[in-house]
Design a binder for this molecule. Structure first.
Ligand SMILES: Cc1cc2nc3c(=O)[nH]c(=O)nc-3n(C[C@H](O)[C@H](O)[C@H](O)COP(=O)(O)OP(=O)(O)OC[C@H]3O[C@@H](n4cnc5c(N)ncnc54)[C@H](O)[C@@H]3O)c2cc1C
Length: 283
């Protein structure tokens, strides 16, 4: 299919993007890597009369490493994978990015597009919940910051206003062991279930645990209860079981071409247990 006709814009600065968004409201959409938006336009699931390509907009790329890590919205998944400093400071980012789609998609797909899209199947939103990230949004009224854990409202519905652009994601340098574990039907596929886990070990005890899952509800799921089930334990079999049970209480998968609800719940449990065990072995 080919998309419906649209006007194409290629501004070079953020104020130019925001001006077009203000002029056309809901009829305008920004495009980052285009690897979610263009397929939706071709399938006629999205109609975008005014398409704003952000490839030439200055100041939206780059990765800054410190106690806080900041990644510009237009940074691609391939750039995340290739960044040695990020791989050392937040290795879960690389582990997760390597499991997104395939190299062709990752050369174009951006972190900003992945988190702004609102598709429950995208991997970065769950990861951002695990890392307790903040998203920077810039609009006509200036800049604001939203916690990833407060950003997602329903499938494709987020806290972002039509006239706002997501410019960066940032999070505290994560501590402890990590794992991003994903079950998919084949290479390049979206998750049947995926888990992002960060665990801090103090002696033989889990001092803190942050756990989120992907594609098991219409938003990514951060489970406080799953983390609490591990905290203060030695992450033995009973604690892992309790964390899985807590997460199963928080997810709400629906039947689709990745399987019926019972299968998805089973896969979620297996994937989460694997992720916890791997994160603990690295903690
Ligand atoms: C074959 C295939 C397989 C894939 N598999 C996976 C997978 O396994 N896991 C996964 O996570 N993703 C997967 N994807 C999606 C891919 O990672 C996309 O690139 C990504 O979801 C969107 O990033 P993008 O830069 O291409 O955004 P775009 O497609 O350009 O935009 C997506 C949406 O976000 C909005 N948007 C983009 N950037 C901004 C911004 N800075 N501020 C505000 N709004 C913005 C756009 O208006 C649009 O609504 C796959 C894609 C394909 C084609």
């Amino acid at each position: 299919m080919i998309p419906a006709a649209f006007e194409y814009y290629r501004p070079t600065d953020l104020s130019g993007v925001i001006a077009i968004l203000q002029e056309h409201g809901d009829d305008a959409r920004v495009m980052a890597g285009g690897h979610s938006l263009i397929p939706m336009m071709k399938l006629r699931m999205a109609e975008v009369p005014h398409l704003i390509d952000m490839q030439d907009v200055a100041g939206l790329t780059g990765i800054t490493i410190g106690d806080t890590i900041t990644i510009g919205a237009m940074t691609t998944q391939a750039e995340i994978i290739d960044h040695a400093g990020l791989a050392e400071a937040a290795p879960i980012m690389r582990e997760a990015a390597l499991q997104i789609a395939d190299p062709q998609v990752r050369y174009m797909g951006t972190v900003g597009g992945n988190v702004a899209n609102g598709d429950p199947g995208n991997d970065m939103p769950g990861l951002m919940q695990c890392l307790d990230a903040e998203f920077t949004l810039v609009g006509p009224d200036g800049e604001r910051s939203v916690k990833a854990r407060d950003f997602y409202e329903a499938a494709y519905m987020t806290d972002r206003e039509d006239e706002e652009v997501l410019t960066a994601v940032s999070f505290a340098k994560p501590a402890g062991g990590y794992a991003y574990e994903k079950q998919k039907r084949k290479i390049g596929d979206y998750a049947t279930a995926a888990a992002a886990v960060q665990l801090v070990k103090d002696g033989g005890t889990c001092a803190s645990a942050s756990i989120a899952m992907t594609n098991l509800s219409d938003t990514p799921i951060y489970s406080d209860a799953a983390g609490a089930a591990l905290t203060g334990t030695s992450v033995d079999a009973d604690a892992v079981k309790a964390a899985v049970a807590a997460m199963l209480g928080d997810i709400d998968p629906v039947e689709d071409n990745r399987g019926p609800v019972a299968f998805k719940r089973h896969v979620a449990g297996v994937i989460l247990a694997r992720a916890i065990e791997r994160a603990w072995s690295r903690a």
